[in-house]
Design a protein around this ligand. Structure first.
Ligand SMILES: [Fe+2]
Ligand SMILES: [Fe+2]
Length: 297
């Protein structure tokens, strides 16, 4: 597809609401299906009482995923003193929620792997991981279920990841055009793909039968936060904003470095409990994210 340079967008971005999940988008045509194991993991996530036995059976049914999961579980940063050699042992050492979150990240990581050769696209994957980790941290602070928040954070940009996997070179170019011109990537997506990643993601989430709460976060993660109800959507939205101000956005920060003031101002907009879980100095949080993401990769 030829490169197009969209016109400079208006100051406020209005996403078309019409026909949100109705039509197949050409830019997503022939996209490989989401791994069935990840869909089943998502369904387990919405179960109140998850049976450990069912989770182990499910993970065992995918040998490649189990092997990868054990490898990651053994990463020093997950703090296992002894070598994790079985899923049961992993569950004992890491806990059910961590194993479930890790399995989801492994499944999504394998889905986007083909696009990871391009550095600009690897950044999008790191952004998803950063948003998942930040969502988990905020959820702990406000007494929300951490693994639900982690998963919503991990999947919030599924539309972006889908567009990227299906059109890697074009998407890398889109990021470049957006960066050079200061465009919101959703405007560039509309111009290049006739759909933005929120709408594309909502369509995919519907196709792949994601739980409604995940679909909601996928569709609305860039909407303004309504903190009268600080639930899953607000947690995801906060984590997305934090990820950007901490330098983990899909567009890299300018070469002059990151200014700490947007982080400090953003932190103060969150409910008190959420503020308390965010260090005053943003470097502390950046180091935490870098360590966790590097350990994961
Ligand atoms: Fe997004
Ligand atoms: Fe995002």
């Amino acid at each position: 597809m030829p490169t197009q340079t969209p016109e400079r967008p208006a100051a406020t971005y209005h996403r078309p609401e019409a026909a949100l999940e109705a039509t197949q988008h050409w830019a997503l045509r022939d996209l490989p299906p989401f791994p069935s194991i990840a869909v089943k993991l998502l369904q387990l996530l919405s179960d109140e009482e998850v049976q450990v036995k069912r989770l182990i059976e499910l993970l065992r049914s995918d040998a490649a995923l189990s092997a990868e999961l054990l490898r990651r579980a053994n990463s020093a940063l997950y703090g296992a003193r002894t070598q994790v050699s079985s899923l049961q042992q992993g569950l004992v050492l890491l806990g059910l929620d961590q194993v479930r979150s890790l399995a989801m990240a492994v499944a999504l990581g394998s889905y986007v792997k083909s696009a990871m050769r391009i550095a600009a696209l690897r950044r999008c994957w790191r952004h998803s991981l950063a948003t998942a980790l930040l969502s988990e941290r905020l959820a702990h602070a406000v007494h929300f279920e951490a693994d639900r928040a982690y998963t919503a954070g991990l999947l919030h940009d599924i539309g972006l990841l889908g567009l990227m996997v299906n059109n890697p070179k074009e998407y890398a170019n889109l990021l470049l055009v957006s960066r050079e011109n200061g465009f919101d990537i959703r405007v560039t997506e509309q111009a290049m793909f006739d759909v933005d990643h929120c709408e594309a993601g909502a369509w995919l989430a519907r196709q792949w039968a994601f739980p409604e709460e995940i679909l909601n976060s996928v569709r609305h993660h860039h909407d303004p936060i309504d903190d009268s109800q600080y639930g899953l959507l607000a947690i995801t939205q906060s984590a997305v904003l934090l990820s950007d101000v901490l330098g983990f956005g899909v567009i890299p920060p300018s070469e002059t470095g990151l200014d700490p003031s947007p982080y400090e101002a953003l932190r103060l907009q969150f409910p008190a409990a959420a503020q308390d879980c965010l260090p005053l100095r943003m470097e502390v949080l950046q180091d935490f994210l870098t360590q966790r993401i590097n350990a994961y990769e």
